[in-house]
Design a protein around this ligand. Structure first.
Ligand code: SAM
Length: 302
């Protein structure tokens, strides 16, 4: 079933057989140390005392670690104290690529359950203003729980549809980690779900195009946006970025990714995308042992 599900990507995913093999392996146990409350050295020492070794993840920065596979980090005291947050490595990469500094004005368009929002707050050192937007009210409780457990003090919550977020203010940084078909999460869920149905996928890409445009329109001049998904589908990735490039004066910013990151693709079947989408990054599980991801770093000219 797995081969059948992903066969449409055989031409674009390099070393496709190794990719399929990597999907059979369990996801590693990655976690982020929360610098808002503690330091990597303290967490390493605390866990070491209880016989739990942490290995540096080897990509990103010194807050990202791999814990033993059998460990349930969500049951540790350090989790409840807000010292650690279990989070996929590639999900952490998105905030590191956006890289907002202290005292900036940041919008997270699709925020729940708050992994990236809390990471952004950490990179902002709890200063500036972080608007965490999440449409679905049922997801506000987990979002608020994440932010309060991790000691985030610079965030306000809103509940607008991302594509209609009010154009009253503009932001230095926008994170657009949009809802997607989630194919990159296969190792977590092993469910194709409804997301493979073509009518669902077309609607998804249309919604994502509206979200990327609104995210871009909410940027200050020279502001930076990261558009990210956890899917392989070019229609939801390069196709959406291509749409932005056709409709707005946007530029793609090359970024220092993880080792093994693959460039965005400029052709998918009959479709040709703007060559600049090469600057986007595709993260595959056989190249970086995590959830499959796509991200593009975009600057508003002016
Ligand atoms: C990929 S998840 C975000 C994950 C989050 N950034 C994190 O790192 O924890 C997408 C989120 O967008 C929300 N969402 C779906 N449609 C939306 C819309 N039209 N506007 C804003 N948020 C939306 C979903 O409820 C979901 O929580």
């Amino acid at each position: 079933m797995m081969r059948q599900l992903f066969s449409e990507y055989q031409e674009i995913i390099p070393d496709f057989e190794t990719f399929l093999e990597s999907l059979r392996k369990p996801l590693p146990n990655h976690l982020r140390v929360n610098r808002l409350k503690t330091s990597p050295a303290s967490v390493i020492a605390m866990l070491q005392e209880r016989g739990i070794p942490l290995r540096p993840a080897g990509v990103g920065d010194d807050t990202l670690y791999e814990a033993p596979r059998a460990l349930l980090p969500g049951k540790l005291l350090e989790y409840f104290l807000g010292y650690i947050h279990p989070q996929a490595l590639t999900s952490c990469m998105a905030s590191l690529v956006l890289a907002p500094g202290p005292n900036t004005f940041v919008l997270d368009l699709c925020a729940a359950p708050g992994g990236k929002t809390s990471h952004l707050a950490q990179l902002m050192a709890n200063t500036g203003i972080l608007v965490a937007n999440e449409l679905h009210l049922r997801r506000h409780a987990p979002l608020m729980h994440t932010l309060s457990r991790l000691g985030v003090l610079n965030a306000v919550l809103t509940a607008y549809p991302a594509q209609e977020f009010p154009l009253r203010e503009t932001f230095d940084f926008v994170m657009a980690d949009v809802p997607c078909s989630g194919e990159g999460r296969w190792r977590l869920s092993r469910e194709p779900g409804a997301t493979k149905e073509s009518k669902y996928r077309v609607a998804m890409a249309e919604a994502q195009k509206k979200m990327i445009l609104r995210g871009f329109d909410l940027l200050k001049k020279q502001g930076i946006m990261v558009y990210s998904t956890c899917t392989y589908s070019p229609a939801e990735n390069e196709g959406v970025v291509d749409f932005l490039l056709k409709h707005r004066d946007a530029e793609l910013v090359p970024f220092q990714g993880a080792p093994g990151i693959e460039p965005g693709i400029s052709q998918w079947g009959q479709e040709r995308f703007d060559g600049r989408v090469h600057e986007a990054g595709r993260f595959y599980p056989h190249r970086i042992d995590s959830v499959g991801f796509f991200m593009a770093k975009i600057r508003r000219r002016g």
